[in-house]
Design a protein around this ligand. Structure first.
Ligand SMILES: Nc1nc2c(ncn2[C@@H]2O[C@H](COP(=O)(O)OP(=O)(O)OP(=O)(O)O)[C@@H](O)[C@H]2O)c(=O)[nH]1
Ligand SMILES: [Mg+2]
Length: 312
């Protein structure tokens, strides 16, 4: 086994950070260590944390991580920021807030951008989760920002998806739009120290009555990250959900779904890399574009030709 992979398995922080950087930079030297790590993965509980901007995702993750550490569990935190490049800007505030956590030996924090070609979570996120898993983290918390494809993708990666809402009007409409009803394993009404929390709970309940299709009722937990309330209830519900997954065989189904998505994502990424990097192919494509421009060829036929060349 490579030095890098074996150091990651031992939980060496510098090696973890190094492999993550290689993965993020799309460096091909990451591929061999990633292959070696796969059989050491599968022990971590991956928790997706999603919800509207400013709903308190980071604050809640911070409180969860602290509580898990008290239980002697090791924690990995991945904050996915669609707007900023890797290790960049907008999450700096979060980082500072998390400083006392990151100096805590059992917690590893990383923020990454979604430099994906089609939006959504990049293939790198799967690798980063696998790295932290192989490194022995018991709990991996993944924060995704905003509304849109990211939330839907997080449900394919996470074992347990938390959807955070806050008291106030309009959330329920947004939820339906964003497809959040389907992906929530646990609903959280954060900022419950503010007025209107009960009403938000009632709104979610009535929406669940309409949508609920699974045998398991989706729990709704009220929290206040600010006042550190409801955190242990939430941790209990997360544990309950994990047990539900295990006893109902959903656990394997979710892992399968995760690997299915990851595999497609990897194939897509490698194909696109090949198409862009292969010089001969590049010349051929340039030539085809010339012909298309001159109306000697149409784009569909040109695409057929390139695909035939790759798949031959
Ligand atoms: N009153 C109250 N404020 C809270 C609570 N949780 C978080 N906040 C505040 O809400 C603001 C946003 O919190 P964050 O934890 O950064 O929220 P976020 O969802 O991670 O935000 P983005 O990552 O920017 O989408 C901060 O000013 C927090 O202090 C809470 O339970 N009660
Ligand atoms: Mg945040």
């Amino acid at each position: 086994m490579s030095m890098l992979a074996s150091q990651v398995i031992k939980g060496d922080i510098r090696s973890i950070a190094r492999l993550i950087s290689l993965v993020e930079n799309n460096d091909s030297t990451a591929i061999d260590p990633m292959k070696e790590l796969h059989r050491f993965t599968g022990k971590a509980h991956v928790i997706g944390v999603t919800g509207v901007m400013g709903s308190g995702k980071s604050s809640l993750i911070y409180e969860l991580a602290k509580t898990y550490r008290k239980q002697k569990k090791t924690v990995g935190i991945i904050a996915i920021d669609p707007s900023s490049p890797f290790s960049g800007g907008a999450l700096l505030g979060d980082r500072i807030r998390m400083t006392d956590l990151s100096t805590n030996k059992g917690v590893f924090i990383r923020s990454m951008g979604t430099r994906g070609m089609l939006g959504g979570l990049t293939a790198a996120v799967y690798d980063v989760i696998s790295i932290l898993d192989a490194a022995g983290k018991d709990i991996i918390l993944v924060e995704t920002v905003g509304i849109g494809q990211d939330e839907i993708d997080i449900a394919k990666i996470a074992d347990t998806t938390l959807v955070i809402l806050v008291p106030g009007l309009g959330d329920s409409v947004q939820m339906i739009k964003a497809g959040l009803m389907e992906i929530a394993d646990i609903f959280i009404v954060n900022k419950a120290d503010k007025p209107g929390a009960e009403q938000t709970v009632a709104e979610i309940e009535s929406l669940l009555d309409i949508c609920e299709k699974s045998v398991r009722q989706t729990p709704i937990i009220k929290t206040s990250a600010k006042k550190k309330q409801g955190i242990s209830d939430l941790i209990q519900e997360i544990q309950n959900h994990k047990e539900y997954l295990k006893t109902s065989k959903q656990y394997e189904m979710r892992k399968r779904k995760r690997y299915e998505t990851e595999l497609y994502e990897l194939i897509r990424k490698r194909l696109m890399n090949y198409i862009y990097d292969e010089t001969k192919l590049k010349d051929r494509i340039d030539n085809l574009i010339d012909q298309i421009t001159k109306k000697k060829l149409d784009p569909h036929t040109a695409a057929d030709e390139i695909l035939h060349k790759i798949l031959k």
